[in-house]
Design a binder for this molecule. Structure first.
Ligand SMILES: [Zn+2]
Length: 248
């Protein structure tokens, strides 16, 4: 059985047996990997620091029949500022779940890896976490191949979007003439549309200064979340938690 090294981010885990943990890692070369960290819940385990949620580490892994196992790991970045803040932690767990749900196993994804690493650095400092969440959702969907068509009408290609509806089913904006193509399409304001376009056009870090009214934030939440849930075909568990603590 082979041995390999990879850098990876811990994007999920569950406790296993008495002292083990099954980690979900996300690596640039192999995408999502499940690996067991044996004895990691014992005091003074050398694997402990590098295998916490969001840890970015260099791993030495041994390929197994069903499951790889962590032989060694060296912490590169712990992102402890996320873990020590309940709100940031809740959002981070949500971002990680969206990543897990939207990726397949063993699929090389350098770009998604870099994007998620950047997300964690930004999550330590971003002030308005609601805006960050909408940005993350839309950018992740675009990276995973579900970029919505919001620069013209998705049905007729018309650019004159005076009044605009957003259709998750059709994957983009509809003009007034075409809005009947999806009777579940959500009406959105020009301001909200302009923010969605900025999210797709600008780099993640450029959006950190974005300030929006509560109304626009609510509009974006309705449209973007509807789109994300439509693409994923299920509701992430961590999203329910964000709703419970009224942080969404
Ligand atoms: Zn149209």
């Amino acid at each position: 059985m082979g041995v390999y090294t990879t850098e990876a981010i811990v994007v999920g885990y569950r406790d296993f047996r008495e002292a083990d943990r099954i980690l979900t890692l996300f690596s640039p070369e192999r995408g999502k990997i499940h690996a067991v960290a044996r004895g990691v819940r014992q005091p003074r385990s050398p694997l402990m620091a590098g295998t916490q949620l969001f840890s970015y580490s260099k791993f030495l892994l041994v390929e197994g029949k069903n499951l790889d196992s962590v032989s060694q790991c060296e912490l590169k970045e712990s992102f402890f500022k996320i873990r020590e803040d309940l709100d940031r932690m809740a959002y981070g767990a949500y971002f990680a779940e969206l990543l897990r749900i939207s990726t397949r196993e063993c699929e090389k994804s350098e770009e998604v890896f870099r994007f998620f690493l950047k997300t964690l650095f930004l999550l330590e400092v971003w002030e308005d976490l609601k805006i960050m969440a909408r940005t993350f959702e839309l950018k992740l969907m675009a990276l995973q191949g579900f970029k919505p068509q919001i620069f013209c009408c998705v049905n007729c290609g018309g650019k004159g979007l005076e009044k605009v509806w957003f259709s998750s089913i059709l994957g983009g904006t509809l003009c007034e003439k075409c809005k009947s193509k999806d009777n579940k399409a959500i009406k959105i304001s020009k301001e909200a549309l302009s923010v969605m376009r900025q999210i797709l056009k600008k780099r993640f870090e450029e959006l950190i200064e974005l300030k929006l009214s509560e109304d626009i934030k609510n509009e974006l939440k309705e449209a973007i979340l509807d789109f994300v849930l439509h693409q994923l075909e299920r509701k992430p568990r961590t999203l329910c938690f964000l709703e419970e603590i009224s942080m969404l």
